[in-house]
Design a protein. Structure first.
Length: 312
């Protein structure tokens, strides 16, 4: 941590905290996601972290939060992430209650672009929600938190990582290879209930179409202010997700209503691809040109050049 001046906490998750930090040599600001090794004692959590680092570290898209690298000390694993200064989409939505359709359409377009990119690489995010969508100082939306992300094709991927755990008082630092077996028939229930697709809550096999469903939930939430199937208690929420048709208020436009219904198809086969989403009239109406992020892309390269991970 000696290469960084660590600032205040800007986020907190189930397994770690996120702090604002400045790289001492370059002056650039990043976000440090700090995970305690004691919380990663069980192999299941270690594998999840390894998968998150491997997946997010290989993604490079203006609408995906950049993972620059990671380092560790005796007690912690620290992920070095792009800083999105305007915080989460969730916080912005809570302040505004709901968005006008122009703003909502632009956000949905950016999420769709990030999902198109990850789905083309056979990755499913599995935890798409406003809390995992960040906004940078230019207003560009960033898909973040790949802790539940995985691959959806049948293959084994060998990943060289060096995340070590302190075991029996000794710190093991040997590089090891993690062999991840990925399948097109995913069955793990993960994510946040309000955003889970029917096939997931019914414990059926699923694929990247669960992200499409979650996008539909977010689209509705941005326009209405609450998720469409939110209820008191898990059983009733699950029942509504599986059985209820979405009820859309009259003030939502015909075009927005159409894309919500298209995304929230109970049968995943009937849900659109991200290419179809981006070509929908409601998206095209408000997104004549793609959001630009050239400044952030240049900054990314500078941060990578100036941070010396080996001496942190």
């Amino acid at each position: 941590m000696k290469d960084f001046k660590v600032g205040h906490e800007i986020g907190k998750g189930k397994y770690g905290r996120v702090h604002l930090a400045t790289n001492k040599s370059s002056g650039y600001i990043v976000a440090l996601k700090i995970l305690l090794k004691q919380e990663l004692k069980h192999d299941k959590l270690l594998r999840q972290l390894e998968r998150e680092v491997e997946i997010q570290g290989n993604l490079n898209h203006p609408n995906i939060l950049k993972l620059y690298g990671y380092f560790q000390d005796e007690k912690r694993v620290v992920m070095i992430l792009e800083w999105a200064s305007l915080g989460t989409l969730y916080a912005q939505l809570k302040r505004q209650m709901r968005f006008v359709e122009k703003q909502a359409s632009r956000y949905i377009a950016q999420i769709a672009k990030s999902l198109k990119y990850v789905h083309e690489r056979h990755i499913v995010h599995r935890d798409l929600k406003p809390e995992n969508l960040l906004i940078d100082k230019q207003g560009v939306l960033k898909l973040a938190d790949f802790g539940w992300a995985t691959y959806v094709q049948d293959f084994t991927k060998q990943v060289k990582l060096n995340i070590s755990l302190k075991t029996n008082g000794y710190n093991t630092h040997n590089t090891h290879y993690s062999h991840f077996k990925y399948s097109s028939s995913l069955k793990t229930i993960c994510g946040t209930l309000d955003y889970l697709a029917p096939e997931m809550v019914k414990r059926q096999s699923y694929n990247e179409k669960v992200d499409v469903w979650a996008l539909g939930i977010i689209c509705y939430e941005l326009l209405v202010g609450v998720p469409p199937f939110e209820s008191i208690g898990f059983p009733l929420t699950i029942q509504r997700i599986v059985l209820d048709e979405v009820m859309i208020p009259d003030y939502v436009s015909k075009e927005a209503r159409d894309i919500i219904i298209m995304l929230l198809q109970k049968d995943p086969i009937n849900r659109p691809s991200m290419e179809q989403v981006l070509n929908h009239p409601w998206i095209r109406m408000y997104n004549k040109s793609s959001p630009q992020n050239s400044t952030q892309t240049k900054l990314t390269k500078t941060i990578i050049t100036n941070i010396n991970y080996n001496n942190c």
